[in-house]
Design a protein around this ligand. Structure first.
Ligand code: AHR
Length: 502
C-alpha cells in the first residue's frame, strides 16, 4: 500500500506545456515514407500523412524539434528550399537525401499540427554564417537575400521561428564534425552572436552534456547568449544490437531518471544561472534507435550490415507497457523539475522508436502515445509538492503479499484555469495491485463536492503491445464517486494512472 499526501498550497511551479514536446529527424522512415508520403492516398496535397498529423494534434504536440539529431550535423538547409532541390548524400546516416522535405514543408507541418517549430542547426560541418542565414530566411520580414528567397518560394510572411539550438551532440565522437570541449564555446558564441544579430527575439540553446568540462566551459563563455542548454538521454541502448530490455530491466531504468537534470542543475546553480538558463531535454526515450555499424568507427559495407537492420525499429512488439511506465516516470520527473526543465522532446514522434507507427494503410498508436494523451488531457499545469509514502508495515494489498516498496511513482497537480486536483500515479510493479490512500493535508481545501475519475492506461500483461490489427493497450476510465479524504484507489500492476478530483 502507499499513501499520497498532497498540500495544495505548496506549489513547485507551473510546468511549460513544452515538456510534452516531440522530435522528427531525417532518419529511416520518420520523414520519407512516414510523415511525408506523397504517393499515399492518406496524404494531403503537400504529401503529408493526414492520419499522422491528426494523431499529433490529438496529443496537442506543443513543439517539434527538426531536422536532427545526427542528421543535422551534416545538413545544409539551403539545399532544401526553393524550386530546385539538391539531392545530396547524407553522411550521417549514409543515405541519399532528396531534400523534398525542407524548411518550408517543416513550417507547413507545424502549422497543420498547431505546434511551435524548433530548429537544430548544423554545428558539425556548418558555420555561424550558415546558421544565421537560416534565421534570416525564417524570421526577417523581407530584408536581404534569404528573406527575399523565402518570399520568392511562396512564403511572404516570416516563419517566426522562436526556438533554435546550436548543434546536436557535438561532444560525441560519433557526430559528424565533432568538437573538443575547448573549441565548442567559441563556435557557439560566434554563432549565437550572428543569429541574435539577425533576430534578437529568438531563444537559443546549445548542445550540452552532464560533463563538467564541456558544460562549464560552454556556459561560462556563452551564458549572455543562451536561454537554454540541451541534453539527451536514452536508457535501453539498442543502437548496435536490437535486443529490447525486459520489463524488469526497464523498471530499473526508472530508478534515477532525473539524474541528468540534477547534475545540470548543480552546474547552473554553481554559476548562479539556474534562473536564466533553462534545460531543454530535447531528446529522450527509454529505447535508443537501432542503427548498427554507422555511428561507430566500423562502417557497414553491405546494406544488410547498416541499412536493412533499421527496419527492426518497426517491430511494434518492442514497445510494451514498460515503455509507457518509463515514459510516465520520466514525465513525472520533468514535472517535478518544472522550475528548470522548460522543454522535453520525445525521440521521435513517428516511426523508429516513436509513439506513432505509420504503415501504408494507417497508423498504430504505441503505448507511449497514450501516456502523452493522458498527461496532456488530464493532468494539471501547476505542480504540487506532493510525496508518496510506502506504508511498509502494512504492505498488505489485494494479492495478500507485501507490495514492493517504491513501486508507486506519483505527482500531484492542480489547474491554473479551474478548480480540482489531478494525480499521476504509476504502478511499476509487474504483478501487484497496489492500493493508494489519497490525503489532502490542507484543511481549507474544499473537496467534498468533487468527484473522482480514474483514467488509466494498461494492457493484459506487462509485455502487451499494439500493432496493426491488434489493440491491447488503451486508455480506460473508472468513476469513484465523491471524494473523501483518505479514500483508497487500487492501481493495477504495470499501469499509468491519472486520478482527477474535480
Ligand atoms: O539514435 C539517434 C540519434 O541519437 C540522434 O540522431 C542523435 O541526436 C542521438 O545520438
Amino acid at each position: 500500500m502507499a499513501e499520497i499526501r498532497i498540500d495544495t498550497d505548496r506549489e513547485t511551479g507551473k510546468r511549460s506545456d513544452m515538456i510534452y514536446g516531440h522530435f522528427l529527424e531525417h532518419f529511416h522512415r520518420q520523414v520519407y515514407g512516414g510523415l511525408y508520403d506523397p504517393n499515399n492516398a492518406l496524404s494531403d496535397d503537400e504529401g503529408m500523412r493526414e492520419d499522422v498529423i491528426e494523431a499529433m494534434r490529438r496529443i496537442k504536440v506543443p513543439i517539434l524539434r527538426w531536422p536532427g539529431g545526427c542528421f543535422a550535423s551534416a545538413y545544409h538547409w539551403k539545399y532544401g528550399v526553393g524550386r530546385k532541390r539538391q539531392t545530396v548524400f547524407d553522411k550521417a546516416w549514409r543515405v541519399e537525401e532528396p531534400n523534398l522535405f525542407g524548411t518550408d514543408e517543416y513550417i507547413s507541418l507545424c502549422r497543420k499540427v498547431g505546434c511551435k517549430p524548433y530548429i537544430c542547426t548544423n554545428a558539425g560541418t556548418g558555420s555561424a554564417e550558415e546558421m544565421s542565414d537560416w534565421v534570416e530566411y525564417c524570421n526577417l520580414a523581407s530584408e536581404g537575400k534569404y528573406a527575399g528567397w523565402r518570399i520568392e518560394n511562396g512564403n511572404p510572411d516570416s516563419f517566426d521561428v522562436k526556438y533554435w539550438s546550436i548543434g546536436n551532440e557535438n561532444y560525441g565522437s560519433w557526430e559528424i564534425g565533432a568538437k573538443r570541449a575547448e573549441e565548442w564555446p567559441s563556435l557557439v558564441k560566434e554563432s549565437a552572436k550572428m543569429m541574435k544579430h539577425v533576430d534578437p527575439t529568438i531563444e537559443l540553446s546549445a548542445a550540452a552534456i552532464t560533463d563538467v568540462d564541456w558544460t562549464l566551459n560552454l556556459i561560462r563563455a556563452c551564458a549572455p547568449f543562451l536561454d537554454w542548454i540541451s541534453i539527451h538521454e536514452y536508457w535501453d541502448m539498442m543502437a548496435e544490437e536490437h535486443k529490447p530490455a525486459s520489463y524488469d530491466v526497464c523498471i530499473k531504468y526508472c530508478e534515477d531518471v532525473g539524474h541528468s537534470v540534477r547534475k545540470i542543475r548543480g552546474i547552473l546553480e554553481t554559476l548562479g544561472l539556474e534562473k536564466q538558463i533553462k534545460v531543454a531535454f530535447d531528446e529522450w526515450n527509454l529505447r535508443s534507435w537501432h542503427h548498427p555499424n554507422v555511428l561507430t568507427v566500423k562502417q557497414g559495407i553491405t546494406k544488410e550490415e547498416y541499412i536493412l537492420p533499421r527496419d527492426k525499429n518497426d517491430d511494434n512488439s518492442t514497445y510494451t507497457m514498460a515503455d509507457a511506465v518509463f515514459a510516465a516516470c520520466f514525465l513525472n520527473e520533468m514535472n517535478r523539475n518544472c522550475d528548470l526543465v522548460g522543454m522535453a522532446n520525445f525521440s521521435p514522434i513517428v516511426n523508429t522508436t516513436g509513439c506513432i507507427y505509420s504503415y501504408p494503410d494507417g497508423i498504430v498508436l504505441r503505448s507511449t502515445y497514450y501516456v502523452f494523451e493522458l498527461y496532456v488531457r488530464h493532468l494539471g499545469d501547476i505542480v504540487l509538492n506532493s510525496w508518496t509514502k510506502d506504508n511498509e508495515e502494512a504492505g498488505i494489498c489485494c494479492a495478500d503479499k507485501k507490495a514492493e516498496t517504491g513501486a508507486i511513482d506519483a505527482i500531484a497537480t492542480k489547474f491554473s484555469g479551474s478548480d480540482g486536483i489531478a494525480i499521476a500515479a504509476v504502478n511499476k510493479s509487474k504483478t501487484e495491485h497496489i492500493k493508494i490512500d489519497i490525503n489532502i493535508t490542507n484543511k481549507n481545501e474544499k473537496t467534498e463536492s468533487r468527484s473522482v475519475l480514474l483514467n488509466y492506461l494498461n494492457g493484459p500483461s506487462a509485455d502487451s503491445y499494439n500493432d496493426v490489427g491488434r489493440t491491447e493497450i488503451e486508455i480506460k476510465q473508472k468513476s469513484f464517486g465523491i471524494f473523501k479524504n483518505g479514500m483508497s484507489i487500487t492501481l493495477e500492476p504495470h499501469s499509468v494512472n491519472i486520478i482527477e478530483i474535480r
